[in-house]
Design a protein around this ligand. Structure first.
Ligand code: MRU
Length: 358
């Protein structure tokens, strides 16, 4: 069986000088695309989670730099570079602090800018077209990377498997196919009989709204449970493995991912259930020694205090709203990357992933 070939939708793409993306805030009730022609519009879309998930944020940011170049009023190469460095890149970098793919993509676009500017005959026009080409390349590479992650993870999935996942680490969170959901898709393609349990993922319900939407589009069996049901379902023997994505992995293997992931990892350990993390190398941040040094995004009160149009808290009552938590490396059974499995997760084996191959 081949899955995720449902070409009737896409996460994001470059479309004739603008960035087109599926507005994930409206799913599953509405499938509407935004066509964004200004960097500020794209930055607001990233902040508001119209596009979200670490690799997709990286792809969107790369396209944001291309968009900034296309819309810049600068007439020559040096004016264009100055505008991108002073206005465009800092604005995009300010959108979301935890997903390191954002900074990875901006660095790659900055390096490309330097290379394009140093090329013989470089001018504003060649720099603009070179940045658009690089952003499109980053998107295509991300899709291919997800396929490789999927292939690497198949061996972790038994012939018949009930798989619990959290948040959305799927096609919607990447250029396409997904990381954690990429492993699930690849396992289904390899003939495994997989049933997915999707944590609803309070407060913004990425599991209920997005994971359930994209898996059901691919006809992969999926049921949604509230976050607080996971322990009970594990205790009842209803979960064979847990697989999640990541927003940033520190050099020692600690994993920042959607709030609630740490609790799941503790529960999985208590029930002797394997806990896997699937992520591309662009999610690994060797500059950050451990999880305690990963910046955790704190989001606004309304995301907890309201459900849809309804306020569910008394007035004047505060909320706690960390959007991510950190799972210590020791609770991760294996990391699935495009370069294969890392098991157990240790600093040395993580650094080896970046060693040049012969
Ligand atoms: O706040 P979000 O929806 O951007 O959080 C997304 C996650 O936590 C995902 O699990 C992570 O980015 C991995 S996506 C392949």
């Amino acid at each position: 069986m081949t899955v995720s070939e449902d070409s009737s939708w896409f996460t994001l793409r470059w479309n004739a000088g603008r960035v087109e993306l599926l507005d994930q805030r409206l799913l599953p009730s509405e499938e509407r695309y935004l066509l964004l022609g200004e960097v500020e519009e794209l930055a607001v879309a990233i902040e508001g989670l119209a596009v979200r998930g670490a690799p997709a944020i990286g792809c969107a940011a790369a396209m944001g730099v291309a968009l900034g170049a296309e819309t810049s009023e600068a007439e020559d190469a040096s004016g264009l570079i100055a505008d991108l460095e002073a206005r465009v890149i800092p604005r995009l970098a300010s959108t979301r602090p935890t997903a390191v793919n954002l900074f990875w993509a901006l660095n790659r676009m900055r390096e490309t800018l330097g290379r394009l500017a140093a090329a013989p005959g470089a001018d504003a026009r060649t720099i603009r077209s070179g940045l658009v080409a690089e952003a499109e390349k980053i998107l295509e590479e991300d899709k291919a990377t997800c396929r490789e992650i999927g292939r690497a993870g198949v061996e972790l999935v038994p012939e018949e498997a009930r798989v619990l996942t959290h948040c959305n680490a799927g096609a919607l969170a990447t250029g396409g196919y997904g990381t954690a959901l990429g492993v699930i898709r690849a396992a289904v393609e390899a003939g495994r009989r997989v049933r997915v349990l999707a944590d609803e993922t309070r407060p913004l319900l990425q599991g209920a709204r997005l994971t359930a939407w994209e898996l059901s589009r691919d006809e992969i069996p999926v049921e949604v449970c509230t976050d607080s049901m996971a322990g009970h379902l594990m205790q009842q023997g209803e979960v064979d493995l847990v697989i999640v994505g990541a927003d940033r992995i520190a050099a020692n293997g600690d994993v920042a991912n959607k709030i609630g992931t740490y609790g799941l990892a503790v529960l999985a350990r208590a029930h002797d259930i394997p806990f896997y993390v699937a992520a591309p190398l662009s999610t690994i941040d060797l500059e950050v020694p451990d999880g305690a040094s990963i910046p955790i995004e704190i989001r606004g009160r309304d995301e907890v205090a309201r459900i849809g149009e309804r306020t569910i808290l008394p007035d004047r009552v505060g909320v706690r709203q960390p959007a991510f938590d950190v799972t210590p490396a020791r609770l991760v059974t294996a990391l699935v990357t495009e370069k294969g499995l890392v098991r157990p997760l240790r600093e040395e084996s993580i650094r080896n992933l970046f060693a040049p191959s012969d």
